[in-house]
Design a binder for this molecule. Structure first.
Ligand SMILES: [Zn+2]
Length: 355
C-alpha cells in the first residue's frame, strides 16, 4: 500500500505539478550527450510530496490518466533529414536505436541494458518533454534525442554474412526486456549514457549543473581500458590552438613564454577538467572539450616545443551508463539489471505497466 501511494504521488508530481512548474521555468541548460537532451534538467522527478491535495488528485485521475505502456506502444519518430514523421511500435523503434547506439558484437546483457536505457529515455521524453518536437515524440538526431537507423540502412553497413545474426541479437535484446524501464522513486529516470567513462563516471551536476539527480552519481568502473575509446590524443601547434580559441573568444591572448600560460584551474570530484585557463581566458572544461574537439573533459595536456598535446581518457560526457563499461561488466558475468544498477544509483527496474 505504501508503495502504491509512493508511486501514485510520483505520478501526480509528473502529470500535474511538474507541467505547472515547467511553464514558468526558463530553459537555460544545454546538454550534449548521446542522449543530447536540452530541457530535462528542469524535471524534478524525485520529489514525493504526499499532501492531501495530491492524494485527492490521485484518486480522481488514476483511472483516466494512469501511465500505460500500451498507450505509448506507438511512437512518432521525426526523421530530421527529411522532416517526415514515422509511426512505429516502440520496440521496433528501439531496434533501430540499439542498432545505432551500440555495436552488435557487444555482449547480449550489455545490449539488453542499452535497450532498457533507450526505452526509459524514450518514455521519459514522452512524459516530461513532449513539447520538444511539435508533432513527434522523439527524433533520430543523436545530438537531440537518440540515434536511430533503419533496418535496411543498418544491413547495408554490416558485412552481409553477419547482418542477420547481428539484427537478431538486437531484436532479442529489445524483446527480452520489453516493457522494462528504470525508475527512481517510482518515476522513469533521465537515462543518460555515453561511450567510455575513462574509469570513473561523472555526476550530472558537474557536467550540466541544475538539478543534482540522485541516480546520476559518479561511480568507478573497470575494464574500459580494453576498448579503443579509452584513450586518445589531440595535438595542436601553438598557432592552431590560439586560432581555435579566438573563433569563440576574439580577445583571447596566450603568452607562451609565461609559465602556466595554460593551466587547469579546477577538477571535478571525478578528476575531469572543470575549468581551464588559456592565457587571459578561463573557460569550462566542457567548453574546452567542444572548442578543441576532445573526446571528453577527462584530459591532461603537455607542451612540447611548438606543440600542445591533449591526452584524453574516455569518450563522451561520462554521465550515466558507460557502454563499453557495460560490455566489460557483461563479459565478467553481470546481467543487464546488475549493469544498470552499477551505473545508476539506487534505481529499480520495473514493468512500465506497474507504474
Ligand atoms: Zn530530438
Amino acid at each position: 500500500m505504501k508503495k502504491f501511494l509512493l508511486y501514485s504521488s510520483a505520478f501526480i508530481m509528473l502529470f500535474f505539478i511538474f507541467p505547472a512548474i515547467c511553464t514558468i521555468s526558463p530553459k537555460d541548460e544545454t546538454y550534449e550527450a548521446s542522449t543530447g537532451d536540452t530541457t530535462s534538467n528542469e524535471v524534478n522527478n524525485n520529489e514525493t510530496q504526499n499532501t492531501e491535495e495530491t492524494q485527492t488528485q490521485q484518486q480522481e485521475n488514476q483511472t483516466s490518466e494512469k501511465y500505460d505502456y500500451q498507450k505509448y506502444k506507438t511512437i512518432k519518430l521525426l526523421h530530421v533529414d527529411t522532416n517526415q514523421i514515422e509511426e512505429l511500435n516502440i520496440d521496433e523503434y528501439l531496434y533501430g536505436v540499439v542498432a545505432s547506439e551500440m555495436p552488435a558484437n557487444f555482449e547480449i546483457e550489455a545490449l539488453k541494458a542499452q535497450a532498457t536505457v533507450a526505452r526509459t529515455y524514450t518514455i521519459f521524453q514522452i512524459i516530461n518533454n513532449s513539447a520538444k518536437h511539435e508533432n513527434a515524440d522523439v527524433c533520430d538526431d543523436f545530438n537531440c534525442c537518440q540515434a536511430w537507423i533503419s533496418k535496411d540502412e543498418r544491413f547495408a553497413r554490416w558485412n552481409a554474412e553477419e547482418a542477420e545474426s547481428n539484427w537478431n541479437k538486437i531484436v532479442e535484446a529489445v524483446n527480452s526486456t520489453s516493457g522494462k524501464i528504470i525508475t527512481y522513486n517510482g518515476a522513469p529516470i533521465n537515462a543518460f549514457f555515453h561511450s567510455n567513462s575513462g574509469g570513473v563516471t561523472e555526476s550530472s551536476l558537474n557536467i550540466w549543473g541544475g538539478i543534482d539527480y540522485p541516480y546520476l552519481k559518479s561511480v568507478e568502473t573497470s575494464g574500459e581500458d580494453g576498448y579503443t575509446q579509452y584513450s586518445s590524443e589531440v595535438t595542436f601547434s601553438k598557432e592552431e590552438l590560439l586560432a581555435k580559441l579566438k573563433e569563440k573568444y576574439q580577445d583571447c591572448e596566450i603568452d607562451f613564454n609565461q609559465e602556466n600560460c595554460i593551466q587547469i584551474t579546477e577538477l571535478t570530484s571525478s578528476g575531469r577538467v572543470k575549468t581551464i585557463k588559456f592565457g587571459n581566458k578561463e573557460i569550462a572544461g566542457t567548453e574546452a572539450r567542444t572548442i578543441l574537439g576532445l573526446r571528453s573533459t577527462n584530459f591532461t595536456f603537455s607542451i612540447n616545443g611548438d606543440n600542445i598535446t591533449f591526452s584524453v581518457k574516455g569518450y563522451g560526457h561520462g554521465v550515466g551508463m558507460s557502454q563499453t563499461g557495460a560490455d566489460s561488466l557483461a563479459k565478467s558475468g553481470s546481467n543487464y539489471e546488475e549493469i544498470i544498477k552499477h551505473f545508476y544509483t539506487d534505481v529499480e527496474i520495473i514493468e512500465v505497466n506497474s507504474l
